[in-house]
Each structure stands twice: as C-alpha cells, then as structure tokens.
Ligand binder design. Structure first.
Ligand code: KIV
Length: 284
C-alpha cells in the first residue's frame, strides 16, 4: 500500500483554491479500491450504480442500504486514505428527514465514509440540512438523477432549455443554503455547469459529462475500462479496454483447457517419490 496521507475536506477545498481539478471515480470492490488509492485518486464514490454495473439490474432502483454498506466497507478496506462518499440508495432518504439522517449515519458508522451523496435539489434541501446538522458532510446531485429516471424520461441531457437550466441553478443555490459541501452536476450543458461553478460560491462543483468548468471530474469506472456490456455513455472516455483483455484471456483459458495445454508443471504441486511409494504401499 502506498504511503499517502488521508484526503480531508480541507484538502479538497485547498485544491479548489489552487485551481487544481479534483479527481473522482466510482468504485464498488476491494481490489479496484486498492488500485484507485495507488493511482492517487482524491475521491471515490460508492455509487448505487453498482446495481447496474455489479449486480446486473436495469436501473439503480432495486439497490438496498445493505448492498451499499457491504460494498462500501470493501472499498474502504482497499482505499483507507481516499475521501470516500457513500451514495444513498432509492428510498433511503426520500420518505423523511429522520430516515435520511439515520441512513447517512450508517454510511459513516458502519462503512467508514467521509461524506454521503443524495439526489435531488430544492425538494431534498431539508434532507441535506438535517444530515449536515447531524455532523455529516453531505453533497447533492443535480441534472440527470438516475433514481428519477422514469420521471425524467430516460438517460438524457438535463437543462438544455433556459427554464430547466434555471431550475437546476435554483436547486444548486438551495443545496448551498442547506449546507452541502459539494454538488455533482450530471449531464448538464457545459455553460450551465460554468454558471453554477461561478455563482454557487460555497460548494465544490463536480462534473459528470457536464464539461471542463467544474472544480473536478467524475467518471463511472466500468465505463472508462469497457467493463459494462449494455451501453457506453458518450461522456465516458475509454482509458483502457479491460473488458476486451479479460474476454480474450477467458477465451484462451477455454482453448488451453480443452486442448490440454493448461495446466503445465509450474501450475501444480508435486510429491516426493518416497512419500508417494509409501502412500501406494498403504493403499495395497
Ligand atoms: O451511482 C452513481 O454512480 C452515481 C453517478 C451516476 C453519479 O450516482
């Protein structure tokens, strides 16, 4: 494990002040968390996107608090120093402020998170306020919010029209007022993201497919390495095709076992002749 100091909220705000973009990825398991910590990521999001990327659901809606806690614990074991954000799953915060506080507390106490994220703007500002007042750093998520996919009519850019963009801006202001330390803008036009970054002064603004003007960038890990078979969003750059590498390895394994070229002596364990002879004698 690399020697690195633990990333704190203060360090994130210092990066913003210096004009250095914050690096952030999703992650759902121990070995990937280990690699992300080694690579020097500032932040990890254990997103409820794990419902799609890891569990194979069509949407994020079936994901439970138990799913989230289990995966977040594994990620924390792999990345002890990264700033870790737990993503509150569907219906873990929408019903009431009290439920939101209780479940946010579980991410902190049971999974070692540094902060939580929830989706929604003006209508969820009281949840953010309640969580922040309980001493838990909380961030909002605006634009394309996958838990509302049915109401939004699918995975599409949000805020293309002036009226809708104004609503996103109003929500960002409401989250800022409620005490959110950070806001993620997913799939909003770059100019809307720029305006929000300039005008919402007390929050760090992060972009997922919302352009270069935010204080940092987030990508879905599975999209950047060709690991999600159903689709690749336009905003996701493929930094390496691990999916292809793994598929080729799997095909080679099938071929080598079938044609008996695997295993080779270096892949198995032997036994001394005298021990083997003694064994045979015992069996006679
Ligand atoms: O669950 C997740 O990974 C997310 C991202 C889409 C931002 O919320």
């Amino acid at each position: 494990m690399t020697e690195r100091t633990k990333t704190t909220l203060t360090m994130l705000f210092n990066k913003v002040a210096e004009g250095t973009p914050i690096t952030w990825l999703t992650c759902y398991d121990y070995p990937t968390a280990y690699l992300q910590e080694e690579a020097g990521l500032d932040m990890i999001l254990v997103g409820d996107s794990l419902g799609m990327t890891m569990l194979g659901y069509e949407t994020t809606l079936p994901v439970t608090m138990e799913d989230m806690i289990r995966h977040t614990q594994a990620v924390r074991r792999g990345a002890p120093n990264v700033f870790l954000v737990g993503d509150m799953p569907y219906m873990s915060y929408q019903p009431s402020v009290e439920l939101a506080i209780r479940n946010a507390g579980r991410f902190m106490a049971e999974a070692g998170c540094d902060a939580i994220k929830l989706e929604g703007g003006v209508e969820m500002a009281d949840r953010i306020r309640g969580i922040v007042n309980s001493g838990i750093p909380a961030m909002g998520h605006l634009g394309l919010t996958p838990q509302s996919i049915s109401a939004l009519g699918g995975f599409k850019v949000q805020g293309k029209g002036a009226l809708q963009a104004k609503k996103i801006m109003d929500s960002a202001k409401a989250l800022e007022k409620a005490g959110a330390f950070m806001i993620l803008l997913e799939m909003v036009p770059d100019r809307v993201c720029k305006l929000i970054t300039e005008r919402v002064e007390n929050c760090i603004i992060m972009s997922l497919g919302s352009g270069p003007h935010a204080h940092g960038q987030l990508l879905i890990y599975h999209d950047m390495f060709g690991l999600y078979p159903r689709f690749k969003p336009r905003m996701a750059k493929v930094f390496g095709n691990a999916g292809e590498v793994i598929l080729n390895g799997l095909k080679d394994y099938v071929i080598e076992v079938t044609e008996k070229s695997f295993p080779q002596p270096e892949n198995w364990f032997g036994m001394k002749d005298e021990e083997y002879e003694e064994l045979l004698a015992m069996l006679d």
